[in-house]
Design a binder for this molecule. Structure first.
Ligand code: NAP
Length: 239
């Protein structure tokens, strides 16, 4: 099947691993991130919070018109600000919401606008987090952004069930993965992030998943019959 994947935050971490494995499967992959450390030809340097991002997505969908499957993977995300409420700066709160909530919703909206009536397999996978489903002191902002993307996915899931050419959507928690994001978490203080020791232990004890094994599970899910059957999922619950 001729499949097109758009993966945001694909310069490093989970997004890079997902995009690389999809490329290895032979699919057309368009990566989006602010930087291109590996100088990849298929990476568009773009901030997902810029107006350009939705325009670029439209261009990509137009370029690959006639494909059998289109998948948007909203993966770009930031964990900052980390801090119990009262210790966080207001301007960084707004930035987290822009990157983790506004941008994926706008890209999903553009994807739906462009493809709603197109006869093809159409999927949106939003990378969420267990932090949006359980409470962690110090993640008032991050956890809230991920809970927001979960709820957005639930609503679109219901809306799409009523469409004649529905788009599958899921918000999926990827587990706890050894990426730069975990380095940022470990470099916080116990004052701003009370569960810090637990995250130091994950690294020390080697219990973090690798980006590659996480990517395998995310791809297996998005390409499986389970995709489109539930609005939220967690890779740790998959058999
Ligand atoms: P990461 O290693 O920090 O990578 C983040 C990616 O997002 C990078 O490619 C970065 O690229 C991109 N990005 C960040 N801000 C962007 C922006 N404004 N515009 C475009 N791209 C942007 O993080 P990760 O651990 O792979 O996390 C990926 C996703 O998984 C995130 O949504 C995160 O919340 C979620 N997640 C991670 C974990 C974990 O344990 N790692 C756990 C649960 C959920 P540039 O810097 O080049 O722009």
């Amino acid at each position: 099947m001729k499949e097109v994947y758009i993966v945001t935050g694909a310069s490093r971490g989970i997004g890079h691993a997902v995009a690389t494995q999809l490329e290895q499967q032979g699919h057309t992959v368009v990566r989006m991130a602010r930087s291109n450390p590996n100088e990849l030809d298929n990476l568009i340097e773009c901030d997902v919070t810029s107006e350009r991002a939705a325009e670029l997505l439209k261009d990509v969908l137009k370029t690959y018109e006639g494909s059998e499957a289109y998948t948007l993977i909203n993966n770009a995300g930031i964990v900052e600000p980390i801090g119990v409420m009262g210790l966080v700066e207001n301007d960084v709160i707004a930035r987290a919401i822009e990157v983790n909530v506004t941008a994926p919703i706008q890209l999903a909206n553009t994807f739906i606008q462009q493809l709603q009536n197109v006869k093809a397999t159409k999927r949106i996978m939003n990378i969420s987090s267990g932090a949006g489903r359980k409470t962690y002191d110090g993640w008032g902002v991050y956890g809230t952004t991920k809970a927001a993307i979960d709820h957005f996915s639930r609503i679109v899931f219901d809306e799409q069930k009523k469409m004649t050419q529905p788009i599958d959507i899921v918000a999926i928690a990827p587990g706890i993965i050894d990426t730069d994001m975990q380095t940022v978490i470990r470099s916080s203080s116990a004052e701003s992030f009370p569960p810090l020791q637990r995250f130091l232990d994950y690294k020390e004890e080697g219990t973090l998943a690798t980006p590659e094994e996480t990517a395998e599970r995310l791809i297996a899910y998005v390409q499986s019959d389970r995709m489109g059957t539930e609005p939220t999922a967690d890779v740790r619950d998959l058999s």
